[in-house]
Write a protein that binds this ligand. Structure first.
Ligand code: GTP
Length: 185
């Protein structure tokens, strides 16, 4: 097993099916308001250390399959420290694709002996009045790299900063022993 060191910056990548709200989540975090019309892909965002709870500079990277090849997305996975796979809680097929497509795709683009932490993100909870988190435990059991699951809404600004904070924590305070505590230069 290769031990990765704790990085000095955290690189968070958002993946998931088209239309699940990846860009909206990033823009809601940054502007603290929901915009109905967002670009297909957000520019890479750097959050300075002093405004993050963990005091670590954080880069957030959006993915848009309409604008990027799968090879480019694979390269972003290689560069990321943590991957948020977003689904839309009102579209079951976007949740199904997590186990059937996205988690295997992430593994393919990680070294065999080092799995990057993954956060599963159910977005658009403003559209339903029940929780879908119970449908996710089976996936988390099959893929131990799933660090945690969170439900949120880019529209209602529910759990948006918590989602990014959890992603930071998964890198800086890993639950699974996939990191050493050494600091990287
Ligand atoms: P791609 O660029 O195609 O990959 O999509 P994306 O995952 O970046 O989704 P995007 O942010 O473009 O959002 C898709 C649609 O969902 C837009 O119409 C958003 O306004 C809407 N949307 C995003 N988040 C929410 C949410 O929390 N609740 C609701 N009701 N709608 C949302």
């Amino acid at each position: 097993m290769v031990y990765e060191s704790i990085p000095r910056t955290v690189r968070i990548l958002l993946l998931g099916e088209p239309g699940v709200g990846k860009t909206s989540l990033i823009l809601s975090l940054v502007t603290e308001e929901f915009t109905e019309h967002v670009p297909p892909k957000a520019e890479e965002i750097t959050i300075p250390a002093d405004v993050t709870p963990e005091q670590v500079p954080t880069n957030i990277i959006d993915v848009c399959l309409a604008e990027q090849t799968l090879e480019q997305v694979g390269e972003e996975i290689e560069r990321a420290h943590v991957i948020c796979i977003v689904f839309s809680v009102d579209r079951q097929e976007t949740l199904n694709k997590i186990a059937s497509y996205w988690l295997p795709f992430v593994r393919e683009n990680c070294p065999d002996d080092y799995r990057k932490p993954v956060i599963l993100v159910g977005n658009k909870i403003d559209l339903i009045d029940y929780s879908v988190i119970d449908n996710i435990w089976d996936i988390a059991e099959e893929y131990p790299e799933v660090d945690r699951c969170i439900e949120c809404s880019a529209k209602s600004l529910i759990n948006v900063s918590e989602m990014f904070y959890n992603a930071q924590k998964a890198v800086l305070h890993p639950i699974n022993p996939i990191y050493s505590i050494e600091e990287q230069e």
